[in-house]
Write a new protein. Structure first.
Length: 121
């Protein structure tokens, strides 16, 4: 390999992450990540929330069994509530004079993942 500079590490970095469900969407999260989810109206800034887990990856071990995952809840701390970018909705029909303009800003909650418990083996 001509021109290759750097060292090749034989050990892979082991990263624990999980796929969680919140607000009808799925998010890939790891400890320390800050994720935007649909607004959690019952939580205030600084509160701890639990997210249901769909999949946990711990190195080479992948846990996807629903019976095992039923007991695993990812914990996160609410960092902020804010609005997303504005989207413009325009409706128009030709030759009739029909025009409607509408805007929308989605409500989001920013959460910081604090813990992903290991699956019981």
């Amino acid at each position: 390999m001509a021109g290759f500079k750097g060292s090749v590490s034989s050990e892979r970095e082991i990263r624990v992450y999980a796929i969680v469900r919140s607000g009808g969407r799925q998010h890939k999260v790891a400890v320390g990540d800050i994720v935007e989810v649909d607004k959690i109206s019952t939580a205030k800034v600084g509160d701890t929330v639990e997210l249901s887990t769909l999949l946990v990856v711990d190195g080479d071990a992948v846990t996807s069994d629903p019976w095992v995952l039923a007991g695993i809840k990812v914990t996160a701390e609410v960092v902020d509530h804010h609005k997303g970018a504005k989207i413009d909705i325009l409706r128009y029909k030709n030759k009739t004079g029909y025009r409607r303009r509408q805007g929308h800003r989605q409500q989001y909650t920013a959460i910081k993942v604090t813990g992903i418990p290991a699956a019981a083996k």
